[in-house]
Design a protein around this ligand. Structure first.
Ligand code: SAH
Length: 348
């Protein structure tokens, strides 16, 4: 087992089983051994590939999107561009705050953005980001926040935990105590996921947008309607692996429940747009025109790359991201729908 696996099993042996939420927090964010703490997980040589890593077009289109949103806000100065979980970091054009927990990724972001000519600062949490009207971007961020799981057992919901088996290996179990406050129905054995950290973050962010102005865009792997099911997933070297084997060595995510996030945003008084398929969002904000412009100027082998990147980002076939990933915006209610989205049906 990984060093972190050993540490977690020692912790469980002395203190008892831990929740999935705690396990995910440790696997991703343990200060020395957590997955995001000491590595660059992206790209072909890493564990997974994200949209901005597939093609420059993704970042360019979000940059254009942000510029249009800024215009719709009346061009406030200074504009805060806040990115949650920026990964390797890509170029943007204003006063930028990057919210990043990982020191090693912050280092990479530093190097990438050193020559951008844009003032950039780093913060570990959204609450520490400077005040004022803001445009907030978060690609594959919410899926990294720690989820809780409950299993239907004997007509009740009991929390799913990680414990140690007789051989000292980590295994899933369920808590003895049930949760009388979860009233959702369920069939025996079904799994219910809740993400309190994501709820709190979206609620806090929506409150900020209501008070100080601005728009946030979330793009992530997830479902538009709250459903039942275990979506905890570990990925290492581009393959799904057992989440309990070698914690700290694999990326760990759960699907984003966009309907639940929308409820939090609305509860804080923000308007909600979408979620819509990533493919529809990218098409609406010009991925086809951008692909054409780039292919016309590129040598033939590069032209093919732009076409295939466009298909991978916006296509809806197997292996493409266009339908699996969703985009959702939350905004101050005084602003018009952001580019790419229809009006909020719940907005009076
Ligand atoms: N947006 C990038 C990276 C996605 S991976 C891209 O699309 O390529 C998730 C990112 O979120 C990483 O940068 C990770 O270090 C960061 N992260 C994870 N949990 C976080 C937290 N609680 N607060 C801030 N950043 C976090």
């Amino acid at each position: 087992m990984s060093a972190l696996g050993d540490e977690i099993s020692a912790m469980i042996a002395s203190e008892g089983p831990i929740t999935i939420e705690r396990f995910m927090e440790l696997a991703l964010g343990h200060p020395e051994l957590g997955y995001y703490m000491g590595r660059d997980p992206f790209g072909a040589a890493g564990d997974f590939v994200t949209a901005p890593e597939i093609s420059q077009m993704f970042g360019e289109l979000l940059g254009l999107w942000a510029a249009e949103v800024w215009a719709s806000m009346g061009r406030p100065r200074p504009l805060r561009l806040i990115e949650l979980g920026p990964g390797r970091g890509f170029r943007a054009a204003i006063e930028v705050t990057l919210v990043e927990t990982s020191p090693s990724l912050a280092e990479i972001q530093h190097e990438t953005l050193l020559t951008s000519g844009v003032p950039i600062e780093w913060r570990a949490t959204l609450a520490e980001a400077p005040e004022g009207p803001a445009i907030v971007l978060a690609n594959e961020f919410l899926d990294a926040l720690p989820a809780r799981q409950y299993v239907r057992s004997g007509g009740r919901w009991r929390e799913r935990v990680v414990r140690v088996d007789k051989a000292g290996r980590l295994e899933f179990g369920i808590a003895r105590e049930s949760e009388p406050f979860i009233l959702a129905p369920g069939e025996e054995g079904e799994v219910l996921e809740v993400n309190p950290t994501a709820h709190r973050l979206v609620f806090e962010l929506a409150g900020r947008l209501v008070r100080q102005g601005g728009v946030a865009l979330f793009v992530d792997y997830g479902h538009a309607i709250t459903g039942i099911g275990d979506t905890l997933q570990a990925v290492r070297a581009h393959r799904q692996v057992d989440p309990l084997v070698d914690p700290g060595e694999a990326d760990l995510t759960s699907h984003v429940d966009f309907a639940a996030m929308a409820r939090s945003a609305r509860a804080a008084g923000a308007a909600v747009y979408g979620p819509i398929d990533q493919g529809d969002f990218l098409r609406a904000i010009g991925v086809d025109a951008r692909t054409r412009a780039l292919t016309e100027r590129a040598p033939p082998e590069r032209a093919v790359e732009f076409e295939s990147a466009r298909n991978r980002l916006a296509g809806k076939n197997d292996g493409e991201m266009g339908a699996l990933f969703k985009a959702m915006a939350i905004a101050n209610r005084d602003l018009p729908p952001p580019p790419g989205f229809e009006p909020d049906p719940a907005r009076p």
